[in-house]
Design a protein around this ligand. Structure first.
Ligand SMILES: Cc1cc2nc3c(=O)[nH]c(=O)nc-3n(C[C@H](O)[C@H](O)[C@H](O)COP(=O)(O)OP(=O)(O)OC[C@H]3O[C@@H](n4cnc5c(N)ncnc54)[C@H](O)[C@@H]3O)c2cc1C
Length: 399
């Protein structure tokens, strides 16, 4: 197909793969450049609320995903100070039916594999692994994209370039070198354990959020319920980029001993054999979204703290909006800039609101002393239905 219908995407993460499917379904030819030699099974659990699962289902992924995802019946909000559950926010079938799509929790590798299978099966998507994006040049016919595989450098011409290359984005560095991710002073630790290792009461299909002094723990089942995914978040100074640094389990155990956490939390943490950690970085809200025929998507433009569980969800929404705006206009380079301007207008304020919510929730989860007491009383007074209603602006979003 002609270069004038070709869109380049840098990055085959959740955002890049979803964007490739959404764009190919609108009639574009898509080339995805991914620097990794293979799509690794890195990461652990991701939460997909209805705003995101709806898009994935519309892309034809329901069968592939529902086999591996778990639909939690509720989110249990637990307080260490109160010694147990404050509130159970219903998420199950009824809430999914109301929202018109399920709330899923899933292993990142399962989501990536489902997207990659659909990409492989699509005749208009060319996924090039081991291929590093390096540079681009704009001209009247569109863009020339420069990429490298091993020692071989290549140039291709396309209509637009989408930087879906994560929080350490190379594309963003070309557009906005001054916009850099900020370290939050927090470190996330993730581990998984086999569900059969635990007593039944801990393996219910539920997201458990444990809030404690200066730390929190989230636990939920993944891999069709066979595994439990744990993420613990603590303050720290270690701030190297990356997703999979081995973590010292004793350091984590000590942190949860010292803070006076309940036996359940200690039992869950003690049952994990190996921990991986990643430093939590986020982008400022004022990062630009596009320049000319080059746009950013997902973590590249709005890497956020994970405390609203919307990092993957916002990347998936970006992908759907981007495909929509680009298909609304004739595929000509003069129209692409106007489409990307509209993309930014449709995305910027919603995503910034989610980024702020995530940062605020992190502060609330880690409160201490009288502030923690006030938090617990407020959550209890709100009750499950009002708590769920506060999430509707996120879950009920539609294109
Ligand atoms: C390996 C990995 C593990 C993760 N684990 C977790 C987890 O356990 N829990 C969680 O909540 N979130 C995790 N995340 C983050 C989560 O996937 C994202 O926040 C969210 O899905 C949005 O993704 P994205 O597509 O915008 O970016 P990402 O998922 O970061 O994907 C970016 C992709 O771009 C590729 N790339 C980068 N630079 C170049 C280049 N120059 N040329 C070509 N390709 C390039 C990267 O290799 C990567 O595949 C992980 C991300 C990665 C990459």
């Amino acid at each position: 197909m002609a270069a004038r219908r070709t869109i380049f995407i840098t990055g085959a993460g959740i955002g890049g793969l979803t964007a490739s499917l959404a764009l190919a379904n609108k009639g574009f030819r898509v080339v995805v450049l991914e620097k990794a030699e293979r799509l690794e099974e890195v990461g652990a659990g991701l939460q997909l609320s209805p705003n995101a699962s709806r898009i994935l289902i519309e892309l034809g992924l329901n069968d592939r995903l529902s086999r591996r995802a778990v639909m939690p019946e509720a989110i249990s909000i637990m307080s260490v100070r109160a010694g147990g559950e404050l509130l159970r926010v219903p998420l199950g079938k009824e809430a999914s039916e109301r929202a018109g799509a399920p709330y899923w929790v899933i292993h990142r590798a399962d989501l990536q594999a489902a997207l990659a299978d659909a990409v492989d099966a699509h005749p208009d998507i060319d996924l090039r692994l081991g291929c590093h994006f390096e540079d681009f040049a704009s001209h009247a016919r569109g863009l020339t994209v420069v990429h490298r595989r091993g020692n071989e450098r290549r140039q291709d011409v396309g209509l637009a370039l989408i930087g879906a290359d994560g929080v350490w984005s190379t594309v963003r560095n070309h557009l906005y070198p001054e916009a850099q991710p900020q370290f939050s002073g927090l470190i996330a630790w993730r581990g998984t354990l086999e569900a059969r290792q635990l007593p039944r009461e801990y393996t219910a299909p539920r997201v458990q959020l444990w809030m404690g002094p200066n730390a929190h723990l989230v636990a939920y089942p993944i891999s069709a319920g066979r595994q439990i995914n744990l993420v613990a978040v603590l303050p720290g100074t270690w701030n190297r980029p990356g997703w999979s640094e081995p973590g010292d389990e004793q350091e984590l155990r000590n942190a949860f001993e010292a803070a006076g956490w309940t036996g359940t939390v200690r039992m869950l943490i003690g049952a994990v054999d190996s921990w991986r950690k990643w430093a939590l970085f986020s982008m400022r809200e004022d990062c630009g979204w596009y320049q000319g025929a080059v746009a950013l998507l997902g973590d590249a433009v709005h890497g956020m703290l994970p405390f609203a569980a919307q990092g993957a969800g916002m990347a998936i929404e970006d992908a759907a909006v981007l495909a929509h705006v680009l298909s609304e206009r004739p595929a000509e380079s003069s129209q692409v800039v106007a489409a990307l301007k509209r993309y930014e207008r449709l995305r910027r304020s919603r995503v910034a609101r989610v980024q702020r919510l995530a940062a605020r929730q992190g502060r609330i989860y880690h409160l201490t002393g009288p502030m923690a007491l006030a938090r617990d009383l407020t959550i209890k007074a709100l009750g499950p239905q009002r708590m769920l209603a506060r999430q509707r602006w996120i879950y009920d979003w539609r294109l």
